[in-house]
Design a protein around this ligand. Structure first.
Ligand SMILES: Nc1ncnc2c1ncn2[C@@H]1O[C@H](COP(=O)(O)OP(=O)(O)O)[C@@H](O)[C@H]1O
Ligand SMILES: [Mg+2]
Length: 314
């Protein structure tokens, strides 16, 4: 059975404080003893006249989930793609993205590494899951082979048999039923939620230190979205993963992130613990994002509020 990739309401029963990855859900909250992992300093990304990212500074600690939220076009994906070295060559970049991925933990500036070095880091140390599970998978290759290739890409000594064994284990970890039997199936034979699970298996097979999840549930319907969020939270805790979780939806971010950064028109306008952001937002823009989330008390006969427009951009 196939799910339709439609965007459903994410948060029918949203209640600000309770939706946070607080004590109720054991997502790792930032604590100052955690080691700094990724340190973005004054990142700027420009496409011709469009300043997509305007001086963003963010840090992510070992094992921490940082949420990045903001309306569409605010520069979230440009930030993620800059970390991964995946922006097109037309993008002008400035700032620093510091990552302790060199020999003996040496700090590297990811913006200034040769393409080959970034390729080694991408997928091995920093992995990603994007919004659209169908376009991210090769439609004419079996899913087993695609998952096994992720393992083999970063370990040339891996035998075919061992790559297959690891791929099946990775598919099992993301709860694909009967992975050994389904190994030879193609992407279209899986539902949207299962395809996203397969992409998570591919992202995590090399046990990266950081997972960047850019709108990983936006294309899924609301029930499947909740299952994928639960899976990401479970794997994040199990593997001690750090995660940058990106969404336009504050309610979704609140379910997995310990700390949240709010982005608007290329800038971070507010950063803080999730509970604080959802219960006592300081910035008017965060308040308007919150107002755009339906709650149990929302009057469903009225349209939802929309985030305030970014007049200063135009
Ligand atoms: N490859 C590109 N070429 C030109 N402009 C781009 C490109 N990618 C993104 N942009 C522009 O950069 C801004 C930020 O986009 P993006 O980072 O995708 O936002 P978000 O992920 O928050 O929705 C937008 O104005 C978008 O149109
Ligand atoms: Mg985006």
């Amino acid at each position: 059975m196939h799910e339709f990739a439609e965007r459903g309401p994410s948060s029918a029963a949203f209640s600000p404080g309770a939706a946070c990855a607080g004590p109720r859900s054991p997502a790792v909250l930032y604590d100052e003893r955690m080691a700094l992992l990724l340190d973005i300093r004054d990142l700027r990304v420009r496409f011709a006249a469009v300043e997509a990212v305007r001086g963003v500074s963010l840090s992510i600690h070992e094992g921490e989930v940082l949420g990045l939220v903001g309306e569409s076009g605010s520069g979230k994906s440009a930030t993620a793609l800059a970390i991964l070295g995946l922006l097109p060559s037309t993008a002008h970049l400035a700032g620093q993205i510091l990552w302790p991925g060199g020999n003996a933990g040496k700090e590297l500036d990811l913006l200034r590494q040769p393409a080959e070095a970034i390729r080694r880091i991408r997928g091995r140390q920093i992995a990603m899951v994007f919004q659209e599970p169908m376009t991210a998978l090769n439609p004419v290759m079996t899913i087993g082979r695609q998952v096994a290739e992720c393992a083999a890409a970063h370990d040339s000594s891996l035998t075919g048999k061992e790559a297959r064994r690891r791929a099946i284990a990775a598919l099992e970890a993301v709860a694909i039923p009967e992975p050994a039997q389904r190994y030879r199936d193609y992407p279209h034979q899986f539902s949207g939620g299962q395809r996203q699970r397969i992409l998570i298996a591919m992202a995590l097979i090399n046990r990266p230190r950081l997972l960047i999840a850019d709108e990983p549930t936006t294309a899924l319907d609301v029930t499947v979205q909740a299952q994928i969020l639960a899976l990401l939270g479970q794997l994040q805790r199990e593997y001690g993963l750090a995660m940058l979780f990106i969404s336009h939806d504050l309610a979704v971010v609140g379910q997995v992130a310990g700390r949240v950064a709010v982005m608007r028109a290329g800038e971070i306008v507010e950063t803080g613990p999730c509970v604080q952001l959802l219960t006592a937002p300081q910035h008017a823009y965060t308040r308007s994002l919150l107002a755009a989330v339906p709650t149990l008390c929302s009057d469903r006969t009225l349209p939802l509020a929309v985030a305030e427009p970014c007049q200063d951009l135009f």
